[in-house]
Design a protein around this ligand. Structure first.
Ligand code: NAP
Length: 484
C-alpha cells in the first residue's frame, strides 16, 4: 500500500511522542508515526526486567505538556512510566496517526521528499522524515565463548523473557551498570543465589529509589495544576546541577563525588568494599543511583565476582582465574550498541549518499538533529544528545519545536527543502570536541558507552541554556535552503 503525508516520524518512544504531540498542538494532522514495536514507549516497552525503575525522579521524568500529579513512587517503576506514555498518546490524540508493528527498512530522499519502505512492503511518501529511533535500543550481546551452549535460559535485560523463572534459582548476572544494579536488588530477596560478574564496578550514588509518593501529595497536586506545573519547573531547574557537575570541574562536582565515595563506606566488609571500588572517578560513567544495591550485595546469597569471564559451559561459567560456578539462569545486563542510531534502516540522502558513507568516521550531526546531505530529515536525541546530563523530555520537546519551524515554513511556501551546511556541522562538532575536554566523561579515567569507537565522547558538553539557545530559532546561515 502507498500513502502520502507531510511528515513521517519513525519511533513512538518518548521522543516520537513528543514530536507527534508538538505537531498536533500546532494544528498539523498530516503525519504518521511508524513504530516497529507492538506498543508505544520505546525503552519502556522493550525493557521489562525485574526491578525496572527510573533512577530519575518521576516529577522530572515527564513531559512539560503532561505533568502527572499522581506518580505512585518518587522514582517511578517501568510499568508506570509505560502506562504514562500510553496515556499521553491517548490524551493528545496520537492513536489514529500511530502504526505499531511497522518496521521501517529503508528511507530514500527523492528530491523533493522522502520515500519510506517498511518490512511488510508498505510505502510512504513524505516531505519530512523524522527519526525518533532512540539511543539505547540494540542490546549488546557479549562475545563470550560457549554462551550459546548454556543449557538454561540466557536472557538480555532489554529483551526480557517473562517465562524465565528466577525465584529459587542460581542466577548469574553479567554487568554493573544501572540495569545490573537494579536487577541484583530485585532478585536478591527471591533467588537462591545471585552472582554478579562485576569486571568493572561502578560508583553508586544513594537515592530514595524505593520511596512511595503519598496519596495526599498526589491529591493535592491533582487539585492544584499550577502547583504541579511548578513542581515540574523546579525539578527541571534543579536538574541543572547534573550538567554543571559533569561538564565543569568545581567544588560541587567534588562534593557529589564525595557522596558516592561515602555511600560505598556502607559496605562493611573491607574485602567486598575493595571489590566494589571503581578505579576511576565518580560521575565518569553514566551515574548509577540506588538506595538498595549495597544492602543487597551484603546479603549471604549474593556474590560479587571480579575476575573476567573466560567461557560458559552447558551448566556453568568459568572465570579467568580458573574457578567454575554452576548456574540455572544467565542474565546479560550488558548494555546497548548505543551508537547504532537508526540502524539497520537503510537511509539514503541527496545524490545517493548513504548514512554509512556520511558516518564513516562515526555519528555526527548539526546540533544533534540535522545532517548535511539529508534534506528535510531530522533526528530527535541524535548524536551528541545530552543523555547523561539534561532532561531527555525537555530536549525532545525543544528539538520537536525546532523541527516544527521548518515544517511550518514548508507549509507556508517559504522553503521546499532544508539541510545544514557542511561548514556549520563541522563548526558545531569542533565546538563540541573542545568543550568535551574538561568534562568528567573525558577526564574521569573510565570506559563507557558514552564513547564512540574512536574514543570520542558522544554527549552534550554544554548546559541547558546553551541547548535552548542552539535549538530555539533555526539560523538560516547554517542551512542550505531550497525555495520554490
Ligand atoms: P551499561 O551501563 O553499558 O553496562 C554494561 C555492563 O555490562 C558493564 O558493567 C560492562 O562492563 C558489562 N559487560 C559487558 N560485556 C561484558 C563481558 N563480556 N563480561 C563482563 N561484563 C561485561 O548497560 P546498562 O546497565 O544496561 O545501562 C545502560 C544505560 O541505560 C544506563 O547507563 C542508563 O543510561 C540507561 N538505564 C537507565 C536506567 C534508569 O533507571 N534511568 C536504568 C537502566 C538503564 P565494563 O564496564 O567492564 O564494560
Amino acid at each position: 500500500m502507498s500513502h502520502r503525508v507531510l511528515a513521517v516520524i519513525i519511533g513512538a518512544g518518548m521522543s516520537g511522542i513528543a514530536m507527534g504531540t508538538t505537531l498536533r498542538q500546532a494544528g498539523i494532522e498530516d503525519f504518521l508515526i511508524l513504530e516497529k514495536g507492538t506498543d508505544v514507549g520505546g525503552v519502556w516497552h522493550w525493557n521489562r526486567y525485574p526491578g525496572l525503575t527510573c533512577d530519575v525522579p518521576s516529577h522530572l521524568y515527564q513531559y512539560s505538556f503532561a505533568p502527572k500529579p499522581d506518580w505512585k513512587r518518587v522514582f517511578a517503576t517501568g510499568p508506570e512510566i509505560q502506562q504514562y506514555h500510553r496515556d499521553v498518546v491517548e490524551q493528545f490524540g496520537l492513536g489514529p496517526r500511530l502504526r505499531t508493528g511497522t518496521t521501517v527498512t529503508s528511507a530514500r530522499y527523492t528530491d523533493p521528499g522522502w520515500v519510506v519502505e517498511t518490512a511488510s512492503g508498505d510505502r510512504y511518501e513524505c516531505d519530512f522524515l523524522i527519526a525518533a529511533t532512540g539511543v539505547l535500543h540494540h542490546p549488546s550481546i557479549p562475545a563470550i565463548d560457549g554462551l550459546d551452549t548454556f543449557a538454561g535460559p540466557v536472557v538480555h535485560t532489554a529483551r526480557w523473557d517473562d517465562t524465565v523463572t528466577t525465584r529459587g534459582q542460581r542466577v548469574a548476572l553479567i554487568g554493573t551498570g544501572s540495569t545490573g544494579v537494579q536487577v541484583v536488588s530485585a532478585l536478591q530477596p527471591e533467588a537462591r543465589q545471585v552472582t554478579q560478574f562485576a569486571r568493572t564496578p561502578q560508583w553508586v550514588l544513594w537515592g530514595p529509589t524505593g520511596l512511595r509518593q503519598s496519596a495526599a501529595i498526589s491529591k493535592a497536586l491533582a487539585r492544584m495544576p499550577s502547583v504541579n506545573r511548578r513542581v515540574y519547573g523546579t525539578a527541571l531547574w534543579a536538574s541543572g546541577i547534573l550538567a554543571d557537575i559533569t561538564t565543569r570541574p568545581s567544588w560541587r562536582r567534588s562534593l557529589v563525588q564525595s557522596l558516592a565515595r561515602l555511600h560505598l563506606r556502607s559496605v562493611r566488609d573491607p574485602a567486598l568494599r575493595a571489590q566494589l571500588t571503581p578505579g576511576y572517578e565518580p560521575l565518569c560513567k553514566r551515574q548509577v543511583v540506588s538506595g538498595s544495591y549495597y544492602k543487597a550485595v551484603q546479603q549471604p546469597n549474593v556474590d560479587i565476582v571480579s575476575a573476567g569471564i573466560e567461557r560458559v559451559t552447558e551448566t556453568s561459567i568459568i572465570t579467568t582465574d580458573g574457578i567454575e560456578r554452576e548456574f540455572d539462569v544467565i542474565i546479560l545486563a550488558t548494555g546497548f550498541e548505543a551508537h547504532h542510531y537508526m540502524r539497520p534502516m537503510q537511509l539514503t540522502g541527496r545524490d545517493g549518499i548513504t548514512l554509512d558513507e556520511a558516518w564513516v568516521k562515526g555519528p555526527r550531526a548539526y546540533r544533534m538533529t540535522a545532517m548535511p546531505g539529508f534534506p528535510n530529515f531530522f533526528t530527535l536525541l541524535g548524536p551528541n544528545s545530552p543523555i547523561g546530563s539534561i532532561s531527555l523530555q525537555y530536549t525532545a520537546e525543544l528539538t520537536s519545536r525546532y523541527i516544527l519551524q521548518f515544517i511550518q515554513r514548508f507549509r507556508a511556501g517559504e522553503l521546499t527543502a532544508a539541510e545544514p551546511t557542511e561548514e556549520a556541522t563541522r563548526e558545531f562538532n569542533e565546538q563540541v570536541r573542545e568543550a568535551i575536554g574538561p568534562t568528567i566523561w573525558n577526564t574521569g579515567g573510565c570506559n563507557s558507552w558514552y564513547q564512540n569507537e574512536d574514543g570520542t565522547i558522544d554527549l552534550w558538553p554544554f548546559d541547558r541554556k546553551t541547548l535552548t539557545a542552539m535549538l530555539s530559532t533555526p539560523d538560516d546561515r547554517h542551512f542550505r535552503i531550497t525555495r520554490g
